[in-house]
Design a protein around this ligand. Structure first.
Ligand SMILES: CSC[C@@H](O)[C@@H](O)C(=O)COP(=O)(O)O
Length: 371
């Protein structure tokens, strides 16, 4: 990759898929070939690809790759065999990581799509069903980028309005929500890109995001790569940044937003939101509507992934903590709606109804199709 090229978390051309191995960034830029659903599942579980929207798109494309190659090798006797295999594999993909709902929404929605297509095709239209799956997976990739651009613009507008600042903004973000966490452009980082494009971004602060360092390894890399004015800080410096009046607003991404607006995002988000409330700094969530889970009423119901101790005690394979010490390593936390100023989506920015501590997303997005 050259400094001029776009950062791409995944590539998909003519049924061939490659994934940028984010474990090796920023030192090594290497794309792995993904030739099956199991390759996709492994890459998601190992976090070679991560970020809620990127996980969903990678899973959909890995299904398409597998279905196309099995179809070409005459592995399906008829459309029913193809359909059964695809439905099973979608269920399998859901077991790769538990918290980001985009993966589950994609899989459930894809199942309905496949059933519908199957109903209208004749039994021997195996290639047609495979191609329909391929088209839809590609569309998900393209749609993700378009949604992110809309999120960016809505977010920039909301921030300018909320901060009432006439000049450029200094904005903090957490984890990585950029091109690397999506099919392109990014969500919260997309808001920063949009501010920058309008000459409204004075500085983007990114946290290191311990323990997995998505901020230091990935966001800092994206900011430098795309020449946005960026400053890296340790997670423990956030409150000091606010106290020193060095930030005007915060925008972060999300892995699951439930009906009342409670939001699961990268571990450490909750403490940033608490500090924002104390320092009276607007705290925004930016995510596509595919990150919304209306089936859950409150954040207490969200399953929080816990990851291996080694991910906390070592960096690039080098141990820096006592090997015998016990570790608690939740990958996400839940920020209660009460601490959230607004939820920025491709459909606009949602705020809490007047006098309410929580959002009412079920009615606020009643007319929006969530995929
Ligand atoms: C646009 S990405 C939004 C979230 O997925 C992001 O903030 C995050 O928490 C990523 O977690 P990760 O564990 O790296 O997959």
């Amino acid at each position: 990759m050259t400094q001029d090229s776009n950062l791409e978390s995944l590539r998909y051309v003519d049924g061939k898929m490659t994934l940028l191995d984010q474990l090796q960034l920023p030192l090594i830029v290497h794309y792995d070939a993904i030739t099956s659903v199991q390759d996709g599942w492994d890459a998601i579980r190992e976090m070679k690809v991560r970020g809620a929207p990127a996980i969903a798109v990678a899973a959909a494309l890995s299904l398409s790759v597998e279905i196309l190659s099995m179809t070409k090798a005459n592995k399906f006797s008829d459309t029913s065999a193809l359909k059964e295999h695809a439905l099973e594999q979608l269920e399998h993909l859901k077991s790769s990581r538990p918290t980001a709902v985009n993966l589950f929404n994609m899989a459930d929605w894809f199942k309905v799509y496949i059933e519908d297509k199957y109903e209208v095709l004749s039994k021997d239209s195996v290639l047609e069903l495979a191609e329909a799956i391929d088209e839809k997976a590609k569309k998900m990739m393209v749609d993700d980028v378009s949604k992110n651009k809309l999120i960016g613009d809505h977010g920039a507008e909301a921030m300018v309005k909320m901060t009432q600042k006439k000049d450029e903004l200094r904005v903090l973000t957490h984890c990585n929500t950029g091109s690397l966490a999506t099919a392109g452009y990014g969500t919260a980082l997309g808001v920063l890109r949009s501010l920058h494009a309008q000459n409204l971004l004075k500085r983007a602060y990114c946290t290191e995001t311990r323990p997995y360092l998505q901020g230091a390894r990935l966001t800092a890399f994206e900011l430098s790569h795309d020449k946005l004015p960026g400053t890296l800080i340790a997670d423990s410096m956030v409150s000091m940044l606010f106290k020193n009046k060095m930030a005007d607003a915060v925008v972060v991404g999300a892995d699951r937003i439930v009906a009342n607006g409670d939001t699961a995002n990268k571990i450490g988000t909750y403490q940033i939101a608490i500090s924002c409330a104390y320092h009276k700094i607007p705290f925004f969530i930016a995510a596509p509507t595919t990150t919304i889970d209306l089936s859950l009423k409150s954040g207490d119901q969200i399953v929080i992934e816990e990851r291996a101790a080694t991910e906390m005690k070592s960096i690039s394979g080098v141990m820096f903590a006592d090997p015998d010490i016990e570790v608690w390593n939740p990958a996400f936390d839940v920020t209660p709606a009460t601490l959230i100023t607004g939820i920025i989506t491709e459909c606009g920015t949602f705020y809490k109804p007047e006098g309410s501590d929580t959002f009412d997303l079920s009615s606020q997005i009643a007319n929006i199709q969530l995929v």
